[in-house]
Design a protein around this ligand. Structure first.
Ligand SMILES: C=CC1=C(C)c2cc3[nH]c(cc4nc(cc5[nH]c(cc1n2)c(C)c5CCC(=O)O)C(CCC(=O)O)=C4C)c(C)c3C=C
Ligand SMILES: [Fe+2]
Length: 497
């Protein structure tokens, strides 16, 4: 199809179009490529003129055909990305004729994306805030692909014969993980929270920094849609002047943040770097005072649930996703950055309570960072400590490990069996106003004072042997035009990954 030749729509994985009615395939491809060509007119004065242009009127005439084709795709249970895109485009160009599209198809075609796209076009974003995170499956049928992507990511995990073993483990794990997502409502809430945080963040930035407004957030997930590559594509299409790449992991790990940054480096391997955009990077922010403040406020909300006479002795148990000991020995900074967030939170909290940092969510048989959260919950009642609060400290929104592992497995099952008297779980930062203020302050200070790229980011782990990591850091120096001395420690042998 000729619309696959248009720049945005040239994803390699797109399957061939096979069941479209003749006139749809022949006529609409032309309309489609014209619509793509006119995308940046949406929201401008010429948009209305454009809407009455012949090719847009043709699109209106084809609405019924699009409906029929989309319906067939729906019935065959293989909704097609290119048709969703086409529907979005037609909606954008003939917004007042939305009613012509069937309601079912409108939902499929992701009206929300369409609306934000139209809105963003009309406010012509000047500054992009690219929010990097791992993401989570929004529906249970995405779990298999999600696990496959995690288990084949060599930044996340290094397995022998990974290209075979990774998919095998992912497949074996899928049913069990799907069950867990079903128990928390059918999917991960990471997208919902990230999108809300992004909207509120940009609103705050528009007020704080009118010179760089309008700010627009772009969500770049590592393992599910919207992918990091899609965020970059969209941002470039919007013609932004500045892009702040903002890791949503406050603490840096080569497995999480590092993997997202390497994905950006990979994306630009076969593309020219858009040097008309001024790029900069926020790779970590573990001790920001407002981040510590929001964790402290989340803890106070739960401390209030304990009887006054025991409140000061409740154990505050900070819990973070564990890391393989191999990664710790390589020099990954995540464990000490998590500990730094814990210390800053305890200072902000200013209470006499005892606290500990424990680790959860180990995957596979190899040794990971301990003590494990469930073991600690079991051990403390035997030592006379029977009241505790679990505080997820290494992720900024609710996810499967708070909603399932902590709330269902640990607070209900493990704690009950272990003889815990009262256990509470502090909420994640989510949309807490202090958290939005924290994000806005992190970004605003970064935009005003830099650095565009930190020395900490450029410095590799003492025992890193990943050629991929070396190349990625060299790329970011170029992308951010950061003229630091090379501190990325060349690998002797780039093949020794
Ligand atoms: C924020 C810290 C995290 C680190 C460090 C981390 C490392 C890490 N994770 C895996 C494997 C899996 N992680 C999975 C889910 C998952 N991981 C994190 C965070 C970190 N992971 C979060 C927030 C989530 C949940 C996302 C959600 O959907 O809500 C999964 C999938 C779930 C499962 O199978 O249990 C896997 C697999 C490895 C190997 C690793 C190594 C450094
Ligand atoms: Fe994980």
């Amino acid at each position: 199809m000729c619309w696959r030749a248009a720049p945005k729509y040239s994803r390699a994985a797109r399957p061939a179009l096979c069941v479209a009615p003749e006139h749809v395939t022949n006529g609409l491809c032309d309309v489609f490529s014209k619509l793509v060509g006119c995308l940046n007119l949406v929201g401008t004065e010429s948009h209305m003129e454009n809407v009455s242009a012949p090719h847009c009127r043709v699109a209106v005439n084809y609405v019924e055909d699009i409906n029929q084709f989309g319906q067939k795709q729906l019935d065959s249970k293989q909704p097609r990305e290119d048709y969703k895109e086409l529907l979005e485009l037609v909606q954008l160009f003939i917004a007042n004729r939305n009613a012509l599209l069937s309601p079912k198809l409108l939902i499929l075609s992701n009206i929300k994306t369409c609306k934000t796209q139209a809105k963003s076009q009309s406010k012509s974003a000047k500054t992009a805030i690219v929010m990097l995170n791992m993401g989570g499956p929004q529906k249970v049928d995405q779990v298999g692909d999600y696990l496959h992507r995690i288990m084949t990511d060599r930044d996340m995990i290094q397995l022998p014969v990974q290209s075979r073993l990774g998919p095998w483990i992912a497949k074996r794990r899928t049913e069990e993980v799907q069950k867990k997502y079903m128990e928390i409502g059918g999917g991960s809430p990471i997208y919902k929270w990230t999108d809300l945080q992004g909207t509120l963040l940009c609103k705050a930035l528009d007020e704080k920094l009118p010179k760089s407004a309008p700010h627009k957030h772009y969500i770049g997930f590592r393992y599910v849609h919207p992918f990091t590559e899609e965020a970059l594509e969209e941002m470039e299409r919007d013609g932004v002047e500045r892009a702040v790449i903002f890791s949503q992991y406050p603490q840096y790990s080569c497995a999480t943040s590092g993997s997202s940054f390497n994905t950006i480096a990979d994306y630009y391997k076969n593309r020219s770097i858009p040097f008309n955009i001024q790029f900069s990077v926020i790779d970590r922010w573990p001790t920001h005072p407002l981040l510590a403040q929001v964790f402290a406020e989340r803890i106070k909300e739960k401390l209030a649930n304990f009887a006054e006479h025991i409140r000061n002795s409740v154990l505050i148990m900070f819990t973070a996703h564990s890391l393989p000991l191999k990664a710790v020995s390589r020099g990954d900074t995540y464990p000490h950055e998590v500990a730094a967030t814990v210390a800053a939170t305890m200072t902000a909290l200013n209470v006499p309570n005892p606290h500990r940092l424990v680790w959860q969510s180990k995957v596979g048989p190899l040794p990971w960072l301990e003590p494990y959260t469930d073991d600690a919950i079991k051990a403390y009642p035997k030592k006379g400590v029977k009241n505790m609060i679990l505080v997820p400290i290494a992720f900024v929104n609710e996810h499967i490990e708070t909603l399932h592992e902590l709330d269902i497995e640990y607070c209900q099952d493990v704690a009950k069996k272990a003889g815990v008297q009262q256990i509470e779980r502090a909420a994640a930062p989510n949309d807490h106003p202090t958290f939005i203020a924290a994000m806005a302050d992190v970004v605003a200070k970064h935009m005003e004072h830099g650095p565009r790229l930190g020395q900490q980011f450029l410095t590799r782990c003492p025992h890193c042997t990943s050629g991929r990591c070396y190349q990625s850091k060299e790329f970011f120096k170029k992308l951010c035009r950061a003229e630091h001395e090379s501190v990325t420690h060349k690998v002797q042998d780039a093949s020794s990954v």
